[in-house]
Write a protein that binds this ligand. Structure first.
Ligand code: ADP
Length: 180
C-alpha cells in the first residue's frame, strides 16, 4: 500500500511540474536544505554504515526556488546514493558557486550506471539493468528530479563509472539580489 501511495504521489507531482504549476519561489540557501535532508535521512545512512562527507562552503549565494521541491530533489538524489550503494559506502555532497551559478554534486562509490543506461535514467519508469531485484523503486525519482531542476531553469547530468560510483551534477542559477 505504501508503494502504491508513493507511486500515485510521484505521478501527481510529475503532472504538476510538467504542467508548470510549480510557481512558488522563495529566497533559500541550498546548504540549509542539504543539512536538513541529511538529518532526515540520517537513520538510513547510519544503519547502512555509510560515511557522509559534506563540507559547507562559505558565502554561497542564495537561490530563488521552491524549498519543498529542492527537498524532494535532494531526497531522491541522496536517497538513490544510499539505496544503491552497498553498506559501508561513501556519500559525498558538495556545493559551490561559479559564474552566477550554484553547482551541486551528489556522489557515491556504489555500483555505477552502465554506459548504455546513462542516457535513459531520467526517463519516466526507467530502471537500470544492473539494479538488483531487492532494491525497490518505480523508476520515477530521477524524472521528478529533472522536472524540478528544469522548472528552476537548471541543468542536470550524471558522470558514472561501473563498479566505482556515480556523481550527479545539478547547476542552478544563483539569486543575485537587485540591490547588491
Ligand atoms: P528508481 O531508483 O526507482 O529505479 P530513479 O529514477 O531514481 O528510479 O533512477 C533510475 C535508475 O537510475 C535506477 O533504476 C538506477 O538504474 C539508476 N541510478 C540512479 N541513481 C543511482 C545511483 N546513485 N547509483 C547507481 N544507479 C543509480
Amino acid at each position: 500500500i505504501k508503494d502504491i501511495t508513493t507511486l500515485v504521489n510521484d505521478l501527481l507531482d510529475l503532472g504538476r511540474l510538467e504542467a508548470g504549476f510549480d510557481t512558488r519561489r522563495e529566497i533559500v540557501q541550498l546548504e540549509n536544505i542539504i543539512g536538513y535532508t541529511l538529518d532526515v535521512l540520517g537513520g538510513q545512512i547510519s544503519s547502512r554504515g555509510m560515511i557522509v562527507r559534506f563540507a559547507p562552503s562559505p558565502n554561497l549565494p542564495p537561490l530563488k526556488a521552491n524549498p519543498l521541491r529542492l527537498r524532494q530533489m535532494l531526497d531522491n538524489l541522496i536517497g538513490n546514493a544510499i539505496k544503491y550503494t552497498p553498506p559501508g559506502g561513501e556519500l559525498k555532497v558538495r556545493v559551490h558557486a561559479e559564474g552566477g551559478q550554484i553547482i551541486l554534486q551528489v556522489s557515491d562509490n556504489g555500483p555505477g550506471i552502465p554506459p548504455v543506461d546513462q542516457p535513459r535514467i531520467f526517463e519516466k519508469f526507467f530502471r537500470g539493468e544492473n539494479v538488483p531485484d531487492n532494491v525497490p523503486g518505480s523508476g520515477l525519482g530521477l524524472s521528478i528530479v529533472k522536472s524540478i531542476v528544469e522548472s528552476h531553469q537548471g541543468r542536470i547530468w550524471v558522470e558514472s563509472t561501473l563498479e566505482q560510483g556515480s556523481t550527479f551534477f545539478v547547476v542552478l542559477p544563483a539569486y543575485l539580489s537587485p540591490t547588491s
